[in-house]
Design a protein around this ligand. Sequence first.
Ligand code: M6P
Ligand code: ZN
Length: 192
Amino acid sequence: MPTVLECPPEPLRVVVSPDGMVDTAAPTLVRRISELEGLYEDGQAWTQLVAAGDPVVYTVQSSPVPEVEHELPLSTTTILPGTCAGEFFMTKGHQHVNPEGEIYLGLSGVGGLLLFDGGTSRWIDMAPGVIGYIPPVWAHRSVNVGTEPYRFLAVYPGRAGHDYQWVLGNGLGLRAFGARSGFELRPQRALR
Ligand code: M6P
Ligand code: ZN
């Protein structure tokens, strides 16, 4: 058998409960709105939200699988319902440092997967049981467009890496705002 890691992790059994929570002992990352500086369209509204309690926007629960070459880490992300001046709560969004694909599976709530290759933007409606495929080189962000927490499972190659600077500089091309019909996608204005 080939040796890929000096200390390979053990085979893993993960339970996904009906409400979508993945049962692992791994730590949970909590992202508050203050950590999403420069990402919402309305910077003034963002400042007010930070001052008014700095709400949690999303949490990421990882598995014990390490983010290293040959491994296949998985995590669940839960985006809480809410908006910043009408723009729905969302993840920071990232580009993979190494061009690798990724798979998302909707677990609970309703959301969207926003993708951008630097020229074209795409939106994939996400709901429980829906798989979204992210091809290599497409930056991606998830958005909660509902009134309940939106939770999804992500599986990605351990060597992918996260580049947040690219999204800060280029955005995702579109923004998701609340509308009478639920939500609408608007082209992003020039980034500051
Ligand atoms: C998914 C995966 C993770 C990512 C998380 C939050 O679970 O894509 O790799 O970290 O979403 O997204 P972000 O890193 O853009 O904040
Ligand atoms: Zn990714």
